[in-house]
Design a protein around this ligand. Structure first.
Ligand code: UDX
Length: 427
């Protein structure tokens, strides 16, 4: 099939490259000229494991352009993958969706299936359809569909190719047939729904996962007070197949561009529909409290933070990505700096992005440089190389052997045996 993808962010670019890998001809459109210029030279704007190789492999089936007019003429299917960032109110900003819908309607000369892949509040598809009906030239037909994307950063290609489910929200047989054919090579369960349900599935899934994380974090706090171990508790809970073991990893909380933003947007759209959802507010509150609790623990260990050197391991919101959007590291570093602490940090991928956010921290070349002379070492992201660091060497480099483990990457007993003052979350 010939398809167009509008928006070359994480979802758009990965979907584009993966659709090309499945044998389709894909044209990726973005209004950012630099991005498109770089993509034409095979340079990726994001770090995602395996993406460069897949892009190189499928070059012959991929083209890049800044023009929606040029990009959509030869294709039957158009995926909208533009950003829906949060407004200060928490509502999703859908102005880019509106803008590209207008352009599609203006430039199309034959039937198009317009599929929304961006995460949007329920009833956005309805809006897109109304706008198209107003704007397309007389006699032209089109369909609107919703096809939410569930990929995780860092595992995005695997997730695209092996999703737990493919959700397709459609209103017509024609749209259903096109999307079913397009996804035919992917052997995962396919759920065909109406458009509103497909849109809701995305917001509800992300909010449910975030709820699971906040739930386990709230239990972790109880574990700390009660002398229990959250890892054993999570294991015991997760063995119940109705609950499942995933997303029960206690820590300093979730970040990234999806959970925090989607929770707020879901809360807002629920409110607008007259269905307040205070549970989601609580989920956010617990998430915020985990960062504060972590800082308090460091404060307790070091007494005064003023002029103390705190080593930060990990800046990205999770491992295997350079993404720092809504990363817990940002709030935690801000809190430390407010107390007068000096920050020294290392991250395997996120350093160049971090440099745009924090000018006043010392960036180090590896974990050992961070530890050298620091008063305490904080694990903020669970990168593999932190799990594998030489702990004897770290101990000899630290001013005092204190490790605060915000992601529970180490076993408490082992760390105490090695002579560290060690605290994880919920144990
Ligand atoms: C998420 C969803 O998983 C994905 O389906 C959706 O399409 C986009 O949002 P992503 O943001 O890439 O994906 O990251 P994910 O791996 O889900 O982790 C989100 C955050 O939750 C991270 O900050 C992670 O550290 C945290 N997390 C995750 C926990 O704190 N504990 C857990 O048990 C799992």
């Amino acid at each position: 099939m010939k398809i167009a993808i509008i928006g070359t962010g994480h979802v758009g670019l990965i979907s584009g490259v993966c659709f090309a890998e499945l044998g389709n001809e894909v044209i990726c459109i973005d209004n950012d000229e630099d991005k498109i210029l770089n993509l034409k030279k095979d340079k990726l704007p994001i770090f995602e494991p395996g993406l460069q190789e897949l892009l190189n492999k499928n070059k012959s089936r991929l083209t890049f352009t800044t023009s929606i007019n040029e990009g959509i003429q030869d294709v039957g299917v158009i995926f909208i993958c533009v950003g829906t960032p949060p407004k200060p109110s928490g509502d999703a900003d859908l102005s880019t969706i509106e803008k590209v819908t207008n352009q599609i309607a203006e430039f199309m000369h034959d039937y198009k299936l317009v599929v929304d892949k961006s995460t949007v509040p329920v009833r956005t598809g309805r809006r897109v359809k109304q706008l198209m009906q107003k704007k397309v030239k007389q006699g032209l037909s089109f369909d609107v569909a919703s096809n939410p994307e569930f990929l995780r950063e860092g595992a995005a290609i695997y997730d695209f190719m092996h999703p737990d489910r493919i959700v397709i929200g459609v209103e017509t047989e024609r749209a259903k047939k096109i999307l079913t054919e397009l996804y035919e090579p992917i052997k995962s369960p396919m759920l065909i729904t109406d458009i509103e349900s497909a849109e809701l599935i995305k917001h509800a899934s992300n909010s449910f996962l975030a709820t699971k994380i906040s739930f386990i974090n709230a239990v972790a706090k109880i574990c700390e007070q009660a002398g229990a171990n959250i890892e054993q508790v999570a294991q015991g809970i997760g063995l119940d197949h109705r609950i499942g073991p995933e997303f029960l990893q206690a820590g300093i909380g979730f970040g990234g561009f999806c959970f925090p933003k989607d929770l707020r947007a879901f809360k807002k759209i629920a409110e607008k529909l007259g269905c307040e959802f205070p549970l989601l507010h609580e989920v956010e509150e617990i998430n915020e409290s985990m960062k504060k609790l972590f800082v308090t623990k460091v404060e307790e260990a070091l007494w005064n933070l003023n002029n103390k050197t705190i080593g930060i391991l990990g800046l990205s919101f999770k491992p295997d990505t350079e993404d720092m959007r809504y990363a817990p590291s940002i709030d935690i570093i801000n809190m430390f700096q407010k107390e007068g602490a000096k920050i020294r940090a290392y991250d395997p991928q996120a350093m160049s992005i971090a440099k745009r956010i924090f000018k006043n921290i010392e960036y180090c070349k590896d974990v050992y440089e961070v530890a050298d002379g620091a008063d305490c070492l904080c694990i903020i992201t669970e990168w593999k190389e932190f799990k594998e660091m030489n702990l004897e060497k770290i101990k000899s480099l630290l001013k005092s052997p204190i490790i605060m483990d915000g992601r529970n990457i180490f076993e408490k007993e082992k760390m105490l045996k090695l002579g560290f003052t060690y605290q994880g979350i919920g144990k």
